[in-house]
Write a protein that binds this ligand. Structure first.
Ligand SMILES: O=C(O)CCC(=O)C(=O)O
Length: 279
């Protein structure tokens, strides 16, 4: 679990990197499961990155009983989130970002709340944890964050390609004042980040894939005021940390009955934004 100091750093900077948050055995299992998982692959969708590339991701709403679900439900992760968000949390969704060698697309500067605000969530009481499955480096398009940008509050977003992009003038001004951090990570390292933290990543032109698992949580007391394509409050069944290894290579291919896939067609968060061309 995150320590009190790590949580304090998170609140000061908008993010914290916890090295080796998953053990070598756990992350090796996740990587093997994901790479052999035909269902995860089949459910993946591409999103135009507005820079001539395409990001590929698979996204599911409920954590379910796969090995990825065990990560999203384990005490180590969920209790850390409950410390950060200061109360009960529920699973908002998880996604695997499949940033493949040579072809993996970019993510434009955005805040996650730039998307989620569109989903009738009133307060920015959401947080995500990005767990490196592969080494994430500057060369293969690791995450970049603007330190302390969560203190800006929510910035307006427009549609960029098929992504939500933060207002560029604001981003440029923020870049002059705030430090940009390249979050290079080893497999098993975890980046916890605030939903108003500005972040992006470059295209992957290297020979190394950069896959990451991202689990997102909303505070239970921040239940959306209207239903959307991501879940409203659903009690989260926590599991012991040992459940990850005990579950073994249980992939979506073996059982995805609990997860509720979210295909491109039903993800309206970015699509509901105005395109810059039209504005
Ligand atoms: O995978 C990345 O580099 C960024 C992903 C991201 O920003 C997101 O899923 O919101």
């Amino acid at each position: 679990m995150l320590t009190a100091n790590q949580v304090a750093d998170y609140h000061r900077d908008g993010y914290i990197i916890a090295p080796q948050f998953l053990s070598a055995k756990e992350i090796d299992l996740i990587g093997r499961a994901a790479r052999q998982d035909r269902k995860l692959d089949a459910q993946s969708q591409g999103r135009d990155d507005g820079e001539g590339g395409n990001v590929r991701l698979s996204l599911w709403n409920h954590p379910g009983n796969s090995v990825y679900g065990m990560v999203a439900r384990c005490n180590r992760v969920v209790n850390s989130m409950e410390k950060i968000l200061e109360g009960e949390v529920y699973h908002y969704h998880s996604k695997m970002i499949l940033k493949d060698a040579k072809v993996g697309g970019a993510w434009t500067w955005h805040q996650d709340y730039g998307y989620w605000y569109q989903n009738n969530v009133l307060f920015p009481l959401l947080s995500s944890v990005m767990i490196a499955v592969d080494p994430a480096t500057r060369e293969n398009g690791c995450m970049q964050v603007l330190k302390q940008s969560h203190l800006l509050g929510r910035v307006d977003h427009n549609l960029v390609g098929e992504q939500a992009g933060a207002n560029l003038e604001r981003v440029e001004e923020a870049e002059k004042r705030l430090e940009k951090i390249y979050c290079e990570m080893d497999p098993g390292d975890a980046l916890f980040f605030h939903c108003n933290l500005l972040h992006r990543s470059d295209q992957n032109s290297s020979n190394q894939a950069r896959w990451t698992l991202i689990c997102c949580y909303n505070a239970a007391r921040n239940n959306p005021y209207q239903e959307s394509h991501h879940p409203s409050y659903t009690p989260l069944e926590k599991v012991d940390d040992s459940a990850i290894l005990k579950t073994g290579l249980k992939r979506f291919e073996d059982d995805d009955s609990q997860v509720v896939w979210m295909g491109e067609k039903s993800d309206q968060s970015a699509k509901s934004l105005q395109s810059l061309d039209k504005s």
